[in-house]
Design a protein. Structure first.
Lengths: 252, 206
């Protein structure tokens, strides 16, 4: 059976890794290429690289860094953040991304999702969604969690799947950066709406959080702050999971 | 070594080319007939859809060249869709090259694509498994092969059902997983294919 994927996430800004709480208070956490290589060597099953891009210069810097990472990485690399055109997707793939992750622009311009999936196959398209509990339902937010959209989570996921999403990266705004554990109720809810793999994101603070998500059948989990603050390594996490009887990829 | 990587026109060969560069290779990327050079080995990468890729190969005039290479027993490695291409028919009516008898149906599973690292149970035939102690590889696919001849199968994987993920038939080698994304195991498998190509090249030049 397929093994649960442990996926470190690099949030990159101005060519540096950053991490904040609730999408704010960003702190410098290192050189993305060096960190990507370290995660790969430590046993990461895949990497997600989310770029915060505002200018053309930043886009060029980002492409150069992604190419450098690709030259040394022997595992899959998903790149996202600020994708606003097919040309940008083309550039990312040419510079060595295996998949692209599209969030805000996919909501504003859903046709980009079908373009990407038609041209490169849905396996190439990760639809990233940030959502948050509102009284009695989950609502989708964009612009790094700052802007509320009109979409309810389940509705948007089904639509995105129809448009060609090959995978989802679902971040709980309520849990992101809190290290209080993944948003299991939200993940359960999401699972009922789509048949694509879902990467759980937001809230991992301890290995037990991964264990409980994986035991529930979650096939992929994203890690960020847990790794950035040098609290632990991917290798240590995987060893703990193995001791818990979870069949992760090991040895590498 | 003169190695060709077929470019179906989507431009996302980054990981495969990077993996080959790390192994000291500088492959020829072949997109159309004007790119054609004499080669000792070919890799069919694994991105796109069956129907679209065969149409591209036909449209770009590469089919006669590839058919000749196959007739000359040039080693050819198909990765993921690149392996599915060797067979006759896909689920959605897309046609493959028909080099091997069999179909390419969809996997039967509640969550698709099958994405992630999975164990491969290998057969005891010699294949590209040399020096791979624990065969775990990275998969991304919705379709799988269903070869008519069981004798060509070299490995099997489970994802809600059991299915063949590695085949060898004469000079054709195929893997459903992505060696270029499969860490040290994948690197070794590519290295093993390059050794097959090297042996073939030496024989051909004699």
């Amino acid at each position: 059976m397929v093994k649960p994927r442990i996926i470190p996430c690099l949030d990159v800004k101005h060519g540096r890794v950053v991490k904040g709480v609730h999408f704010q208070d960003l702190k410098d956490a290192g050189d993305p290429v060096a960190l990507a290589v370290k995660y790969c060597d430590d046993g990461a099953d895949e990497l997600v690289w989310l770029d915060i891009i505002a200018t053309v210069e930043e886009e060029e810097l980002s492409l150069a860094l992604i190419q450098r990472a690709r030259e040394v990485l022997t595992i899959p690399l998903t790149v996202g953040g600020g994708i606003r055109s097919i040309r940008h997707v083309e550039e990312l793939l040419e510079h060595g991304a295996d998949k692209v992750s599209i969030n805000t622009y996919g909501i504003e311009h859903p046709e980009i999702l079908s373009h990407v999936s038609r041209r490169w196959g849905s396996q190439c398209l990760v639809v990233a969604i940030d959502a948050k509990w509102e009284e009695d339902h989950y609502q989708v937010y964009v612009h790094g969690g700052r802007t509320r959209t009109e979409h309810e989570l389940g509705d948007w996921m089904r639509r995105a799947q129809d448009l060609g999403a090959g995978e989802f990266l679902l971040t709980s705004i309520d849990r992101d950066g809190t290290q209080n554990g993944y948003d299991l109720p939200m993940l359960r809810y999401a699972r009922q709406h789509v048949s694509r793999p879902i990467i759980a994101s937001g809230g991992a603070g301890r290995v037990e959080h991964l264990t409980e998500a994986i035991r529930e059948g979650q096939q992929a989990v994203l890690l960020a702050s847990l790794l950035h603050q040098n609290q632990t390594t991917v290798g240590t996490i995987k060893q703990s999971l193995l001791e818990e009887g979870i069949d992760v990829r090991w040895p590498l | 070594m003169e190695l060709a990587v077929i470019d179906y026109g989507n431009g996302n060969l980054g990981s495969l080319l990077a993996a080959l560069h790390r192994l000291g290779q500088n492959p020829h990327v072949i997109h159309q007939t004007t790119d054609i050079v004499p080669v000792e080995g070919v890799i069919f990468p694994g991105v796109g859809s069956l129907e679209e890729v065969v149409n591209r190969l036909r449209h770009n005039g590469l089919l006669p060249w590839l058919t000749d290479l196959r007739a000359q027993s040039t080693p050819i490695l198909g990765i993921c869709l690149g392996m599915q291409l060797f067979f006759e028919q896909g689920d959605e009516g897309g046609e493959g090259l028909g080099w091997l008898k069999g179909n390419v149906p969809s996997l039967q599973a509640p969550v698709l694509p099958h994405i992630g690292w999975n164990d491969v149970t290998v057969t005891d035939h010699p294949f590209l498994w040399h020096n791979i102690v624990r065969p775990i590889f990275y998969f991304v696919h919705t379709y799988r092969i269903q070869p008519h001849e069981a004798a060509i199968v070299r490995g099997i994987t489970d994802y809600y059902e059991s299915f063949p993920v590695a085949i060898e038939s004469g000079s054709l080698y195929g893997v459903q997983f992505h060696p270029e994304l499969s860490g040290p195991n994948g690197t070794r498998l590519l290295q093993n294919f390059l050794e097959v190509v090297e042996t073939y090249g030496n024989m051909a030049s004699r």
